[in-house]
Ligand binder design. Structure first.
Ligand code: HEM
Length: 510
């Protein structure tokens, strides 16, 4: 009889854990990728685990990513998942403190500021900041004192260089000027509130959160003063400014309401936080990966010499159009770094109404062992993920899946150069995974910038910033690892290289 009855969708399998409420928090927190993979072996691509009292349903693989990134707005909500972490840091009335339709408009405003005209100006500004840092900051003291070699903490260096270059370009001169003064401390205190603990437990009355709240107000006021000052002084003139504040000051919502000054201030804080961690982590990993493969650094230098040849044995200044279109190896280095080290390992949404997971995704995949096939044999009717669960995408898992990528663990920028070494997607479709051919749709195995309505809008800026920083380093130095290649550190919101193995030895080019 049972065979004749239609099967009902069931809940996804639940990861076994010993401690109620805590659930799998410790194993997940220590090494999320190891956790995702080992659960995938047992349960397939879709499973639920308990994380500090919440039910988190992980959906792996390109189809899993698609389920979450392209989930209907009635089914999944980013704001419900993130707001208690982000709103105290960014401030009210922006990003996840507003309905999704408002965020969509705010992202459009930001896009207006990320224009090619502005990017052209940024290249020289970024080179200038990196060069000043290398010649003046005490981190580079050995090199400045006449030695040809010097050891630097590349993570610390990249944090500094990222905030210096982002403030000089996107954030604006006033922010850059106060970086050496109060702004750095405010940033530090605000950043102290951007921690996984605040995602896990809302409104924790801990000292770092009091400092966060004070810093948020002070930073918000600081941006307000900049805007006020600009309005007073400029009388119709942009004063040659190409930063985001300037772009946001001109924006209005579809209903005609002008973007308010407080909203501008909070969007600027959101952009500062969104760009700082992701770019500084990616820059550090890129430098460290290159340090482990110095021959690629020399190929990057050769690429620079080829495309920027000044005809007299020297190099021309970096230029936006060449950086954008004619340095495929440099581009491939960033792409490959983001494949192996996407800064964000888990992307979350809160479930608003029950979600049906199609049988094709719920049924055990080829990744699964025979034992789990047996355990999951009821899943051919699909799963249902109930309201008030959370869903979690982890595109980083597909980005190193041996079913998709050849030699997935190796850092091989060449896989992005022209038609590469990748296998077509599992369905047998011919997919061009060559350089530049990865789709930005959600069904891709490569999604370091996410997909769908919440997709990153900072990608072009990040490529410009990282490419210009890396090129400036390549032109000045060769380098190698000072110790072994670092392990990933999963303790913050972003995957960082674990200290103390994040030092490199720079050697000045003669
Ligand atoms: C969203 C990654 C740099 C601004 C995202 C998302 C990812 C991501 C994965 C999707 C999050 C989700 O779906 O929940 C990265 C990486 C970066 C980077 C890997 C650098 C290597 C930047 C920069 C900016 C920025 C430089 C700003 C200038 C944003 C914004 C969103 C976003 C505004 C949209 C959030 C939303 O709609 O919910 N980023 N990002 N990102 N990112 Fe980035």
């Amino acid at each position: 009889d049972q065979l004749l009855l239609p099967k009902k969708p069931s809940l996804p399998p639940h990861v076994f854990h010993l401690f109620p409420w805590i659930g799998s928090a410790v194993v997940y927190g220590m090494d999320p990728y190891h956790f995702f993979e080992s659960c995938r072996e047992k349960y397939g691509d879709v499973y639920t685990f308990t994380l500090l009292g919440r039910n988190m349903t992980v959906a792996l693989g390109p189809k899993g990513s698609n389920l979450i990134f392209n989930g209907r707005i009635t089914e999944v909500s980013a704001e419900d998942a993130y707001t208690h972490l982000t709103t105290p840091v960014f401030g009210k009335d922006v990003v996840y403190d507003v309905p999704n339709a408002v965020l969509m408009e705010q992202k459009k405003f930001v896009k207006a500021g990320l224009s090619v005209d502005n990017f052209r100006i940024y290249v020289g500004q970024i080179v200038d900041e990196v060069t000043k840092f290398a010649t003046q900051d005490e981190a580079f003291v050995e090199l400045q004192n006449g030695s040809t070699e010097g050891s630097v903490d590349i993570f610390k260096t990249m944090c500094e260089v990222t905030i210096l270059t982002a403030s000089r370009t996107l954030q604006g001169q006033e922010v850059r000027d106060s970086l050496d003064k109060t702004f750095a401390d405010l940033y530090h205190d605000l950043d102290g509130g951007f921690i996984p603990l605040n995602f896990a437990i809302p409104n924790l009355p801990i000292p770092s959160n009091f400092r966060r709240d004070k810093a948020q107000k002070a930073m918000s006021d600081f941006y307000m003063q900049i805007i006020e000052q600009r309005r007073k002084s400029q009388v119709g003139s942009k004063d040659g400014r190409h930063d985001m504040i300037e772009a946001l000051m001109d924006q209005s919502y579809k209903n005609g309401r002008k973007l308010g000054d407080r909203e501008i201030a909070h969007i600027m804080i959101a952009l500062l936080m969104a760009g700082q961690h992701t770019s500084s982590a990616t820059g550090s990993w890129a430098m460290l990966r290159l340090a482990s493969r110095p021959e690629i650094i020399e190929r990057l230098y050769a690429e620079q010499k080829e495309v920027y040849d000044d005809g007299a044995g020297g190099l021309r200044e970096l230029d936006y159009d060449i950086q954008k279109n004619s340095v495929p190896l440099l581009d491939a280095v960033v792409r490959e770094t983001l494949r192996l080290h996407p800064p964000i390992h888990s992307i979350m949404r809160k479930v608003k109404t029950d979600i049906a997971v199609p049988a094709s995704l719920a049924s055990p995949q080829s990744h699964t062992s025979a034992a789990s096939l047996a355990a999951n044999k009821k899943t051919d009717a699909g799963y249902v993920i109930p309201k008030d669960y959370y869903v979690m995408a982890a595109p980083g898992v597909s980005q190193t899946d041996p079913k998709i990528w050849k030699d997935p663990a190796s850092f091989n920028p060449d896989r992005w150069m022209g038609k590469g070494e990748l296998e077509p997607e599992e369905q047998g479709e011919t997919v061009d995974y060559g350089w530049g051919a990865i789709s930005s749709g959600a069904n891709s195995p490569y999604l370091p910038f996410g997909a769908g309505r919440h997709r990153c809008i900072g990608e072009q800026f990040a490529y410009l910033q990282l490419g210009t920083i890396l090129a400036t380093f390549v032109r000045r130095y060769s380098w190698k690892l000072a110790t072994r290649f670092p392990d990933p550190d999963y303790n913050s919101m972003i995957v960082l290289p674990k200290a103390p193995n994040n030092r490199i030895i720079l050697k000045e080019r003669s």
